[in-house]
Design a protein around this ligand. Sequence first.
Ligand code: BYC
Length: 313
Amino acid sequence: MTEDELEQAFYRRIENEEKIEPKDWMPEGYRQNLIRQISQHAHSEVIGMQPEGNWITRAPSLRRKAILLAKVQDEGGHGLYLYSTAETLGISRAEMIEALQSCKAKYASIFNYPAQTWADVGAIGWLVDGAAIVNQVSLQRTSYGPYSRSMIRICKEESFHQRQGYELMLTLCRGTEEQKAMAQDALNRFYWPALMMFGPHDSESAHSAKSMQWKIKRESNDDLRQKFIDQTVPQIEFLGLEHPDKDIRWNEERGHYDHGEIDWDEFYRVISGNGPCNRQRIQHHIRVHEEGAWVRDAMSAYQQKKRQRAQAA
Ligand code: BYC
């Protein structure tokens, strides 16, 4: 088949909702855009272990510690599925890690904010995992087969993460005045950065048009953000907390909540490397990666030995 015919066949498959698989022909732009998004998604999962990991040794009970350990471990697992997914597109793990550590690749802006109090662990599970689910449920229908399948598994785990966060917030809100105030403070600090997780407005989104045409993205940044805003209002009310957005109002005509504007200067500051914890997050990743070099060396030495033995046999 000629290049034109291959391209037409690719678009026909996209049109028919068929999944594109690793060995199928795909336009180079499609491959590169997937590598960009999936590798950044993987980096977000792994860097996202840091703010909550900070609280494992300080969890207030054995039950809370066990839950938090399991959650943070799940995030590491999500990173691994996603790195493997990106590898099917022809990039190596080492290249992706290099791009992260040299700040060429991004990761979700939210993980550049510190988890300052125990209530932040609740707010992260509820709002950050909650926002991630809204986005990832939509990505289950993405056109690239391995990405779509990894999202199905990840969403099941994220749903437990979201519930544990909300349950933690509910416990604080039913506790003492001080505990409820901690919950309110965590909500106030994490609400707006959680909205930024959906990316810039559609009109400012560089990749959306192509990604929607290729069905990599199935819903726009603003539509997903609106879904999250709408679902969060009754959750805040149930906790008995004040909404951090003073402009939030039900709009009967639209069937959605109207809301205040996000501080986009803050968003661009954070994604360009100048958020509260950007340097700390990358330095920590580099240090831990170096500390783990002996494990990777041992694994490749073992693989080599196994290959040699197989050849000799
Ligand atoms: N943060 O054209 P746009 C989790 C960048 S982790 C940083 O709209 P796109 C969890 C964007 O990359 C789950 N950067 O981009 C883990 C692009 O820059 P480049 C994380 C952002 O790709 C641990 C530029 O801005 N989820 O659940 O069409 C503990 C222009 O944007 C952000 C995912 O990664 C941001 N928020 O749409 C707890 C979902 N937003 O690449 C929880 C997968 C935008 O040109 N990703 N940028 O340098 C996506 O769905 C899409 O990539 C996005 C952005 C909706 C995020």
